[in-house]
Design a protein around this ligand. Structure first.
Ligand code: NAD
Length: 391
């Protein structure tokens, strides 16, 4: 079939197999261009099919020749419907990895469940024995608790008081004022259950109890802080509470892994366009302005540049891993520079629907968003028939 984008709200309900594959090979090329170094050898990536998790998998496999197991939750295609982008990305990744002589296997299912944890452990035992790096990169709106069966939903809301600020509909370019009511205690609790550190901890406990963690294992989960502009809705809001919990979990996990010389890190990454970040109010407008400023300064990075830097510069370097005063790796250093944030704040004060195109990189934002689903990539013939079943 001829596959076209179908936009519904902040998601695209179709994905292009060839475009997604090109997205993956572009990221592989970037990592290869940086040369091969000493680093992780056997890597488990939880949330490996899109965004930061996919980039982590690519950086580990093609930057260090690592064997990778990827866990994700994606839908395969049928004769009439395309698969989700993460499915196509993963099929393309596996194909490229196998061609390059690298071990790569994937597990598609609910990472929050005991069943998927057990399946993953069995696969590690059978094929790899142990893993020396575990990347935890899940972003999900829901989690069903494996012990109680209760399903929690995460919300993006301020805590304590209502929030009002500018936001953009990035498809139409309309800049409006959004108002969000503060979360209830129950909404905060549920958001922490979904996006906090409990599931990460359970993964690490299950892996260690099964003796599939190598001595000196590293594990890393991803967090975000962001600027004053988004603070009330992000870092001081419900999702920030979950990130506080995730960050506290890293400390506990480091203690837990100490007997095998392991370490749990949180890496605070930069704001990028992913399926998750495009769903957060205010953030797409902030990212459009941020991209404009960072591209002008020559400091712009996407997921793959960030993940390559994480491994190359922070986790697998001869230096001790550099941490902030709260024990976190900071990959958002370039985003948070004063000169960058000052300029973004100035633009923020004046941006409207009328001047959005000139003040921000809204066009770059849209392009990145479409690329998440495999659309708008150079060299892909979108008029050609494509097979939605790519396996
Ligand atoms: P994403 O939506 O691109 O990726 C989410 C991944 O989780 C996908 O692989 C998906 O298949 C998987 N997943 C979701 N639910 C699952 C389930 N139940 N079982 C198995 N897999 C499941 O998200 P992302 O933006 O790359 O976010 C990853 C992490 O990075 C999150 O912790 C996020 O907060 C953090 N982060 C994101 C940004 C940003 O700007 N996007 C910035 C800093 C940190």
């Amino acid at each position: 079939m001829i596959i076209q984008p179908k936009i519904r709200g902040f998601i695209c309900t179709t994905a292009h197999p060839t475009g997604c594959a090109k997205n993956v090979t572009d990221q592989i090329e970037y990592v290869k261009s940086k040369g091969k170094k000493e680093g992780p050898k056997k890597v488990l990536v939880i949330g490996a099919s899109t965004g930061y998790g996919l980039a982590s998998r690519i950086a580990a496999a093609f930057g260090y020749g690592a064997a990778t197991i990827g866990v994700f939750f994606e839908k395969p295609g049928t004769a009439n419907h395309t698969a989700t982008a993460g499915w196509y990305n993963s099929v393309a990744f596996m194909r490229e990895a196998v061609q390059a002589g690298l071990y790569a296997k994937s597990i598609n299912g609910d990472a929050f469940s005991d069943q998927i944890k057990n399946e993953t452990i069995e696969l590690i035992k059978k094929d790899l024995g142990t893993v020396d790096l575990v990347v935890y990169s899940l972003a999900s709106p829901r989690r069903t608790h494996p012990k109680t069966g209760e399903t929690f939903s995460s919300v993006i809301k301020p805590v304590g008081k209502p929030f009002q600020n500018k936001s953009v509909n990035f498809h139409t370019g309309e800049v409006t004022q959004v108002s969000l009511d503060p979360a209830t205690d129950e909404e905060i609790r549920q958001t922490v259950q979904v996006m906090g550190g409990e599931d990460w901890e359970w993964w690490m406990r299950a892996l260690r109890e099964a003796n599939v963690l190598a001595d000196g294992v590293n594990t890393v989960a991803y967090s975000y802080i962001g600027p004053e502009l988004t603070k009330a809705v992000y870092r001081d809001g419900t999702i920030g509470r979950a990130k506080d919990h995730l960050e506290a979990t890293a400390g506990q996990l480091t203690d837990y892994l100490q007997p095998i010389g392991g370490h749990a890190y949180v890496s605070v990454n930069k704001a990028v366009v992913t399926q998750s970040s495009s769903a957060i109010p205010v953030v797409p407008l902030y990212i459009s302005l941020l991209f404009k400023v960072m591209k002008e300064k020559g400091t712009h990075e996407g997921c793959i540049e960030q993940m390559h830097r994480l491994f190359d510069d922070k986790l697998y370097t001869w230096r001790d891993t550099e941490l902030d005063d709260q024990g976190r790796i900071r990959l958002d250093d370039l985003e948070m520079r004063d000169d960058v944030q000052d300029e973004v704040s100035k633009l923020w004060a004046t941006v409207t629907s009328d001047n959005l195109a000139s003040l921000s990189d809204i066009e770059g934002y849209r392009e990145e968003f479409m690329k998440l689903f495999g659309f708008g990539l150079q060299g892909v013939d979108y008029e050609a028939e494509a097979d939605p079943i790519m396996e």
